[in-house]
Write a protein that binds this ligand. Structure first.
Ligand code: ADP
Length: 327
């Protein structure tokens, strides 16, 4: 067992549903294993400012169902400097914190990895991002909730699309990856799904829309991942399609930040609870510089540098399923 008596926990970078459930799990696991736990507010910014609050099992009552993060999140420029990280380290030592669990994305993990290299400070990461773009886990916290949010939104858009014979372009989040677009697109029955991993090309998009029209469909929904390069942007894509299909009523809907919010799904709550337990146990076993992930429904630990650098793969089978479904 490592000599760890106090563990810090914080959320950093973009928030995602399930972060609170992960905080709760880390805090309760510490209480269960009789280790002190300290909440660090606003990620690395709070670490530099010494914004700490001791947490016990009761400080995380009634948060498992809440979106966002009770510890707040922040982006912190100062932590990118050696002086900033030194301040953070001094504050952690002053507070008696021996190790931390960082809940965030690859940027937050990069900061933690550098911090570990400089100060030999034990760290474990829990992947919290709706984009699902982290290597070493099949699911990141918030991805499942975001999919449900997107599918619900598209269902509503479908109602109006089918009432007016409209073609809807719906932009979803995902930075440079198409996981949300592909999964939610299949789940919501989209005609076409445009993702950065597969460049369909504008001409093939037109062909596909033409085929749908000829096959008797009167309305269509096309999901566009925000990082997709088929058009310059979704509005330019709309104009291009309108020029080629003057009789189509084309509309655009950019779902935006609503995808990041909301009460976490049951899957995300369970995953967060499991990951929090695993993270604390790993630290107490003397492990460090690892990220907790899930693969084949088993929890696994991946070296954090691999989690940051590795690329997630898009599910080719799902692309095929989507093609077949849009006949
Ligand atoms: P995410 O964790 O969601 O990817 P960011 O990329 O914004 O979010 O990273 C969150 C924070 O992690 C940054 O504001 C910064 O404080 C810290 N961070 C990111 N990259 C580095 C780096 N190369 N060195 C030190 N800190 C970093």
């Amino acid at each position: 067992m490592a000599n760890i008596g106090k563990i810090g926990v914080f959320t950093s970078g973009g928030d995602s549903p399930g972060m609170n459930a992960a905080i709760r799990s880390v805090v309760r696991t510490c209480a269960y294993l009789k280790v002190e736990c300290v909440g660090i507010y606003r990620g690395y910014q709070g670490m530099i400012e010494g914004d700490f609050k001791p947490m016990d099992a009761r400080s995380v009552n009634n948060i498992i169902n809440k979106g966002g993060t009770i510890l707040k999140s922040a982006r912190c420029k100062e932590f990118r400097t050696k002086e900033g990280r030194q301040k953070a380290y001094d504050n952690l030592r002053k507070e008696g914190i021996d190790a931390f669990v960082v809940i965030g994305g690859d940027g937050s993990f990069t900061g933690a990895m550098i911090f570990n290299q400089e100060f030999h400070f034990p760290i474990i990461g829990i992947p919290g991002t709706i984009d699902n773009d982290i290597f070493g886990t099949t699911f990141t916290l918030g991805f499942d909730t975001a999919l449900n949010t997107v599918v619900e939104a598209i269902d509503k858009i479908r109602d109006t699309a089918s009432s007016h014979n409209r073609l809807f372009f719906v932009e979803v989040m995902g930075r440079d990856v198409g996981h949300i677009a592909l999964n939610a697109g299949v789940g919501a029955g989209a005609e076409e799904i445009l993702i950065p991993e597969e460049n369909l090309g504008r001409e093939r998009l037109l062909e596909s829309l033409k085929r749908s029209k000829e096959s008797g469909k009167s309305s269509s929904i096309v999901i566009v991942a925000e990082g997709d390069k088929t058009g310059k942007n979704i509005f330019e894509l709309k104009e291009y399609v309108e020029e080629n299909f003057p009789d189509y009523d084309v509309r655009v809907s950019v779902l935006g930040h609503m995808q990041r919010g909301g009460s976490p799904s049951c899957y995300d709550r369970v995953l967060a609870s499991r990951m929090g337990v695993k993270a604390v146990e790993a630290l107490l076993q003397g492990k460090t510089n690892l990220m907790v992930g899930v693969q084949d429904n088993e929890l696994i630990l991946t070296p954090i540098h691999k989690a940051i650098k590795g690329h997630t793969k898009i599910d080719k089978e799902l692309i095929r399923v989507s093609d077949i479904m849009s006949i």
